[in-house]
Design a binder for this molecule. Structure first.
Ligand code: BG6
Length: 286
């Protein structure tokens, strides 16, 4: 596959990535990004002169049929395990198609990826790389029947140290703790992680922040079309059980995921669609 036009030379390149999987490499005046067609998986986004925003595991697989560990897995059409089926759905292990690409008037790069004829769904994923990373996942029910879906942009953020990181914006939000199967309400204005955490927040607030004092930056997560936020860190024991994750990598990552899961699943009438939008940006902490 070739870049779609000459003006893309230096801005968008289609290259062989790890494991021989196809990788799109994007450069803008402000940032760089890498996207694998395998899963439409963003494995890198970073602003010039800043450490990457996204965490990638050194132990990740890059193999057909296997999910990539880190970056932004696209979770669809279900979240979590399902008997006899792959965890977190099949969108993250399918080969997506690059439908279109263009430069934005400001000098960013937009990629339009698509996955069609997927069990009665048509998925469009628009990724815009600029001073920030903008993601727009649209699912259309192309079947003759109503369908229920879950979706999630399962974002792994890179942080200096989990001990000096806090998530703000969730105070007062109710959540389901997947580890204890109990519902609760967030009391903390700055959520700190010091053990395994796996929670589904009933959260449709438009903006959350990951404060990382070690890297002296905060990551801002702005979203719409999302009624759930999942916060996950596997901590020590679970990290050891995960074959595609380093034993001490839990110290340098946190997942803050935007989507619609569990009770917030979405019912789609035939022909109807839903769009989940997430924008990730960063600013220095003063
Ligand atoms: C999180 C889930 O979103 O993803 C966790 O809440 C899960 O329960 C984690 O362990 C990772 O899932 P996977 O399938 O990528 O190992």
């Amino acid at each position: 596959m070739e870049p779609h036009s000459a003006e893309f030379a230096g801005h968008l390149e289609v290259l062989p990535g790890k494991g021989g999987l196809t990788k799109l490499q994007v450069k803008t005046p402000w940032s760089t990004a890498e996207i694998y067609l395998h899963g439409a998986h963003v494995t890198h986004f970073g602003k010039a002169g800043e450490p990457p925003l996204l965490f990638m595991s050194e132990a990740s697989d890059f193999l057909p049929g296997k999910p990539i560990r880190g970056g932004i897995p696209v979770i669809f059409p279900w979240f979590g395990p399902r008997e006899g089926q792959p965890a977190h759905g099949f969108a993250r292990t399918r080969e997506w198609h690059l439908k279109e690409s263009h430069r934005t008037p400001e000098g960013g790069v937009t990629l339009d990826l698509n996955l069609s004829e997927l069990d009665g769904f048509d998925l469009d994923y628009r990724i815009t790389v600029s001073t920030s990373l903008s993601l727009e996942l649209t699912v259309r029910n192309s079947s003759a029947n109503g369908q229920t879906i879950e979706n999630c942009l399962h974002t792994y953020f890179a942080i200096a140290d989990i001990a000096t990181t806090a998530v703000t914006g969730l105070q007062g939000t109710s959540y389901f703790d997947k580890l204890t199967s109990h519902a609760s309400s967030e009391i903390s204005s700055a959520l700190r992680i010091d053990r395994e955490v796996d929670r589904i927040y009933d959260d449709s607030t438009p903006s959350l922040e990951v404060h990382d004092t070690g890297l002296a930056r905060k990551i801002v997560i702005s979203k719409s079309g999302s009624a759930s936020t999942v916060v996950w860190n596997p901590w020590i024991e679970k990290s050891k059980r995960m074959a595609d994750f380093g034993e001490d990598e839990y110290l340098r990552m946190i997942c803050v995921e935007s989507g619609n899961v569990a009770d917030r699943e979405i019912h789609l009438a035939p022909g109807s669609s839903h769009t989940l939008r997430v924008e990730l940006s960063s600013v220095g902490l003063t």
